[in-house]
Design a protein around this ligand. Structure first.
Ligand SMILES: [Zn+2]
Length: 441
């Protein structure tokens, strides 16, 4: 922190004059697990007004696998998982099958695994300051160079956090819903306390409530729409506070999400991990697929997300055989592999999600009649449009008014944010490009 502060101070003279920047502040509000079709349908006057006054991309996508941990590194690096190296969920192995700690316990230590620079580092080099407010904690794997961080796993109310996936609390569905929404309310309050003190230039905040609600009751449940409307109110509170601080006119907003959601059958669990594994006879079985085990193919199933799995195969000569066996399973929707044997759908590298020496040999998307880890009616992680599509709205200082764009990727956000701040992108090495149509000219 002190090194960063010194770096920031020494770079102050080199920072571009404020007048040359389209915006002095960029607030990136991530609505975890919010589908764009539901956001359009919701009574969300604040975000709808931001969209009307700004630029909306109607075909924006996250990166694959469509998962929080992966997306929250793609966002600040502007790069795909195949470039930044955070290719999945809790359990990633290196080339020698050694487990890599990907940030559940210490997200700051896990930053060493991130192979691309972040826009926080770019901002710091120019003397600008930043906040990364993480709901789940492990998002901070992508926080390299952020001036201030909040780890919600440690700072938020313990009782509400423990109940984030609970369908009832003390027998009450309403109390369970309120706890889920309160986590976002509290994270925003903690962020605003820092904002009032420091008026930072770049802020990323992850409002996790929609994700918790959709996992718990499914995206079709009324609680999901209700929660999207609740977080819209939080965005309104954020705007009002920036107005009171006198920085609203010089602020650009980005409203987006890390992934969408699929409605799945929670009663059909494949290779259950976590709590379910402890209930089964053998924890090892949780990382094993019967059809592969029956043929003696040594493998390991990772928990990359509730609807997609990674499979490491020890003997690379048997990858094609494993694909052929999995093809016969009714719960398999798509199989991606590297290198792509004949019967894989496409290669992992064509999805920009192959990181040599770290990626699983196969990624398997589950059909929506099955779930991978937990018996939840809402899941994500696959390459299906319902999981991949995300909202993407730019609005405010420096943004084109009333514009509508088509395709865009989460990896385009970082280079576009740097342009809005008038920064040259000399540190960032993005795969994405500046979304020129979102910029005021
Ligand atoms: Zn989720």
């Amino acid at each position: 922190m002190s090194l960063l502060a010194a770096l920031a101070a020494s770079a102050l003279l080199a920072a571009p004059a404020a007048a040359t920047r389209p915006a002095d502040h960029v607030f990136i509000v991530m609505l975890d697990g919010t589908r764009p079709d539901f956001l359009r349908r919701a009574r969300a006057p604040v975000i709808h007004a931001l969209a009307a006054a700004g630029t909306t991309f109607l075909q924006a996508e996250t990166t694959y696998p469509s998962q929080t941990r992966v997306a929250f590194v793609s966002l600040p690096t502007g790069s795909y998982p195949g470039s930044h190296g955070i290719v999945g969920g809790d359990e990633i192995k290196d080339a020698s099958w050694k487990d890599l700690e990907t940030g559940n316990n210490d997200p700051i230590a896990a930053q060493a695994l991130v192979a691309r620079p972040t826009f926080f580092e770019e901002a710091a080099a120019a003397g600008l300051t930043s906040i990364y407010a993480a709901m789940k904690g492990y998002e901070l794997v992508g926080a390299k160079g952020a001036t201030w961080t909040i780890n919600g796993k440690q700072t938020l109310d313990k009782t509400a956090y423990a109940a984030r996936y609970a369908p009832e609390v003390s027998g009450s569905v309403d109390l369970a819903l309120w706890y889920k929404q309160r986590l976002s309310r509290d994270l925003l309050d903690q962020t605003l306390a820092l904002v009032r003190e420091h008026k930072p230039n770049v802020v990323v905040i992850n409002l996790g409530s929609p994700d918790y609600v959709a996992h718990t009751w499914g995206p079709e449940a009324p609680q999901y729409l209700h929660t999207i409307e609740f977080v819209d109110g939080l965005v309104g509170d954020l705007k009002a506070e920036l107005g009171r601080l006198g920085i609203l006119e010089r602020t650009a907003f980005v409203i987006s999400a890390d992934h969408g959601f699929s409605d799945v059958d929670p009663t059909r669990m494949i290779a259950p991990a976590g709590d379910a594994a402890r209930q089964s006879a053998s924890a090892d079985r949780a990382h094993t697929l019967d059809p592969l085990a029956a043929r003696g193919i040594e493998h390991f199933v990772t928990n990359t997300g509730g609807a997609s799995m990674g499979v490491y195969i020890r003997d690379k000569a048997r990858v094609a055989e494993a694909v052929g066996l999995l093809r016969r399973e009714p719960w398999v929707e798509s199989i991606y592999c590297e290198p792509a044997p004949a019967h894989c759908d496409v290669s992992l590298s064509s999805l920009h999600s192959y990181f040599p020496g770290r990626s699983p040999d196969l990624m398997v998307d589950l059909d929506d009649d099955a779930t991978l880890n937990f018996p939840q009616p809402g899941q994500h992680g696959t390459h299906r449009p319902s999981d991949m599509r995300i909202p993407l709205v730019f609005s405010g200082a420096g943004v084109a008014r009333g514009a509508v764009g088509g395709k865009a990727s989460l990896v385009d956000v970082a280079p576009t944010v740097l342009r809005l701040l008038g920064l040259p992108a000399t540190v960032l090495r993005p795969d994405g490009h500046v979304l020129e149509e979102a910029l005021a000219h």
